[in-house]
Design a binder for this molecule. Structure first.
Ligand SMILES: [Zn+2]
Length: 274
């Protein structure tokens, strides 16, 4: 029997690379399940044979270490500083005295990144924002260090704030007694199938039912079996209790019936185990 390819795993973001720092500084999932993307080398590589060891080996490469060093020295990459255990640890970012100058710069960049997401600006709209702010706030030292090109902006949103909000949402979801999983398959440019996942659940803090975006998975040509497997793997990777799924939501009751049957069977089996 042929060996099954290893899929990229989001848990690798928290693992330490050869420099003893979390890989989230430079690691992203590649275009397919079996590849990863190195932000500092700007390179897509395979991890389907070795899995985590492919990632670690890449982090040891001389070229990669040099790229990483260059970027840290030029201070163009501010890694997210949220660790998995710090979800309850809150820093009061309005208290000026406890922040260093660099942290104030990061805070300004984060505020702008959040505004970009909230107001629906494009990443490219930040291309010359530093020049504009420099003219507007000419007496500010922070604005002189402020740098937010589109690529960095997208990085901050996906691995900095996005990572943080996703974690908060998952913690919230785990407190709910049950939830509905909503999924939607779309064909994007180049016939790559995109599977969007949403959850609907009772939010304890808001005291109401909320619908939240969970994540997008990119699939090639995907059969029902592959879609089903991906959903299960993703939920398990985030330690979401599958037996709490109350309902499946989708855009049309006549599509994806096979997936519904598979999920139903799987959840019944899981419940019997309890
Ligand atoms: Zn690299």
């Amino acid at each position: 029997m042929p060996k099954k390819d290893t899929h990229f795993c989001i848990k690798w973001y928290d693992k330490l690379d050869s420099t003893k720092k979390p890989c989230s500084h430079w690691l992203q999932q590649g275009k397919t399940q079996g590849t990863f993307f190195c932000i500092v080398c700007n390179q897509e590589k395979s991890c389907k044979n070795g899995g985590w060891s492919d990632i670690y080996k890449h982090s040891q490469r001389q070229k990669h270490l040099q790229h990483l060093k260059n970027i840290i020295e030029s201070n163009s990459l501010h890694p997210p500083t949220i660790s998995s255990s710090s979800s309850t640890h809150q820093i009061n970012t309005t208290d000026e005295s406890i922040l260093t100058f660099d942290e104030k710069v990061i805070r300004a960049e984060t505020y702008w990144a959040l505004a970009t997401a909230k107001l629906g600006f494009s990443y490219n709209s930040s291309q010359h924002i530093q020049e504009l702010f420099s003219h507007m706030f000419s007496d500010s030292h922070i604005v002189k260090e402020f740098s937010l090109k589109p690529r960095k902006l997208s990085y901050i949103l996906s691995h900095g704030t996005g990572y943080y909000f996703n974690k908060m949402m998952l913690n919230d979801l785990k407190k709910a007694p049950a939830f509905t999983l909503i999924f939607d398959e779309t064909i994007t440019v180049g016939v790559r199938k995109q599977l969007d996942l949403y959850v609907r659940y009772w939010c304890e803090s808001k005291q109401e039912i909320v619908v939240r975006y969970y994540k997008s998975i990119f699939l090639g040509h995907a059969t029902a079996e592959i879609v089903f497997r991906n959903i299960i793997d993703t939920l398990q990777a985030d330690e979401i209790n599958l037996t709490k799924i109350l309902m499946l939501g989708r855009d049309n009751p006549n599509v994806n019936k096979t997936i519904e049957k598979m999920m139903d069977q799987y959840i019944r089996l899981e419940r019997e185990k309890q």
